[in-house]
Structures are given as structure tokens and as C-alpha cells.
Design a protein around this ligand. Structure first.
Ligand SMILES: Nc1nc2c(c(=O)[nH]1)N[C@H]1C(S)=C(S)[C@@H](COP(=O)(O)O)O[C@H]1N2
Ligand SMILES: [Mo]
Length: 248
């Protein structure tokens, strides 16, 4: 099910113990040894990945949080939702989940919130500090109930890019369950503007700007990324060879 660090370590230990019973030749021992090294390495990097992104003070908030990429999806569907103040917008949560969800903004507002002041770093060479408020993604995923095969969470957005293809992004479960990973509906104490991703965007604070998907419409739990878009896990990964893992 949900891959906690503890569960992974228990799994790794069980595998090693199981292997130990299977054989004792030199090559096998060598493999076991390297598996053990791998295990230690994995443990260290997992711990590092659990670390919190730096949070800032209110007086450090950037006066303007510039918009980048799509500043308005401008599709007939999005315009209709915007005109209705997003009352008819729904976030779909589906894929490898036990209970598919369809959540209104009001429902998201009624769930426990988290607020954090973090720095956004765009690969194009600019940064901005903003205060985000939203629902931890974990809350939503726990509500939907991830199935055991789920390995990635995919974020489908309302905007289409120059190629006509929709923007999308994806993250692994370590990032999805990180306490600072939010579905954010407010920036600097105001509802998200259209330029910054209204009505809802992802904040995955230990990743670069292009992972912070705006204009969320649908969250999908999948086992593999290969079936979506060109299969590299995100719009810029597909079209500009950006790294899928943009951890900082
Ligand atoms: N749906 C969607 N999400 C997106 C983009 C986009 O064009 N469309 N651009 C990405 C990039 S490259 C960055 S740097 C940030 C910009 O967020 P901002 O417009 O709030 O500054 O959003 C990311 N998420
Ligand atoms: Mo970016």
C-alpha cells in the first residue's frame, strides 16, 4: 500500500534475510553485500528526501509572484468555470484508488489546511518566495485509498500548450506523502489568481518550478508513467528533455 520509509526498510530486511537462506557461494555473497550497500544508500537518500524544504518569514515574501508558462488556460471549458467563480469546478481523483473522488473547492476548503512560506525556483533563472495555503495531498490520497500497485501520482491540468497537448506532471509516493506537498488554493492569503494556477495547484516544495502543476483538474494514481503523454512523466519532460526528478 502506501510506501512509508519503515515499510520499505522492513521489506528490504525481509528480502535480505530471505536471500541468506537461498545460497552461500561467493558470487552470491558479493551480490548480497552490494544489496546491503544499496540498502544503506537507499536509506540515506530516503531520509534526505523526507527532509523539509526551507520555510521563510512573512517579511521575506516576494512583493510579486510572477507568472510563468501558461498565464490563462483560455479554453472555453476553463473560461466557463472561471465565470462561475469555479463553483462548478471539480477535482477528480482516480486511477489506482479504492474510492474515486470528485471534490469541489468548498469541500477542499473544509478539510484541514497547511500554510507554508517557501521559495519557488524556476529553471529559467528566477525565484520567488510565497505563502501557500492548501490541503496536504496525503489527506486526499488517504481519502481515496491508494491501491497497492500505485507508484506515481499524475496531475492533469486545464491548459494546453503550444503543441496542443495538455500540461501534466507526476511525482513519486515519497514526494506525494511529504508533509509540505499541498494542493494549494491560496497564495499570500488570497485565492489563487488565474496567472498563478486558479483554482488549485500543486506545491511540491523540494522540486523545481515546472513540477508545480497549475490549473489542476484531475489527479490520477498509476503504476507506470509510460501510458501518459510521451511517457516521460510530464509535459516538459516529454517536449524539452527536462529531468523527471527535479529535486533540490
Ligand atoms: N498547468 C501548468 N502548470 C505549470 C506551468 C504551466 O505552463 N502550466 N508552468 C510551470 C513552470 S515552468 C513554473 S516556473 C511554474 C510557474 O508558476 P507561477 O506561474 O505561479 O509563477 O508553474 C509550473 N506549472
Ligand atoms: Mo519554470
Amino acid at each position: 500500500m502506501i510506501l512509508t520509509r519503515r515499510a520499505m526498510l522492513i521489506g528490504a530486511t525481509a528480502t535480505l534475510a530471505g536471500c541468506d537462506r537461498i545460497g552461500s557461494n561467493a558470487r552470491f555473497r558479493e551480490a548480497l553485500f552490494s544489496a546491503e550497500n544499496f540498502h544503506k544508500w537507499a536509506q540515506r537518500s530516503l531520509m534526505a528526501r523526507d527532509a523539509m524544504a526551507r520555510e521563510f518569514r512573512p517579511d521575506q515574501i516576494s512583493p510579486i509572484f510572477r507568472a510563468n508558462g501558461t498565464a490563462n488556460p483560455n479554453t472555453p471549458e476553463y473560461k466557463a468555470l472561471w465565470r462561475g467563480n469555479f463553483a462548478d469546478w471539480r477535482l477528480r481523483v482516480d486511477g489506482l484508488v479504492a474510492r474515486p473522488l470528485s471534490l469541489s473547492l468548498a469541500q477542499l476548503h473544509s478539510l484541514p489546511h497547511r500554510q507554508q512560506i517557501t521559495r519557488h525556483d524556476c529553471v529559467e533563472g528566477w525565484s520567488a518566495i510565497g505563502q501557500w495555503r492548501g490541503v496536504p495531498l496525503k489527506t486526499i490520497l488517504d481519502g481515496a485509498g491508494l491501491r497497492g500497485q500505485a507508484r506515481y501520482i499524475v496531475f492533469h491540468c486545464a491548459d494546453r500548450m503550444g503543441t496542443g497537448r495538455p500540461y501534466y506532471e507526476s511525482i513519486d509516493l515519497t514526494d506525494a506523502f511529504h508533509p509540505q506537498t499541498l494542493l494549494a488554493f491560496a497564495l499570500n492569503d488570497r485565492p489563487l489568481s488565474v496567472a498563478n494556477g486558479a483554482p488549485l495547484r500543486l506545491r511540491v516544495e523540494r522540486q523545481l518550478g515546472y513540477k508545480q502543476a497549475k490549473y489542476l483538474m484531475r489527479i490520477e494514481a498509476v503504476q507506470h508513467l509510460s501510458a501518459i503523454g510521451a511517457g516521460k512523466g510530464g509535459y516538459w519532460e516529454d517536449h524539452a528533455n527536462y529531468d523527471w526528478y527535479a529535486g533540490i
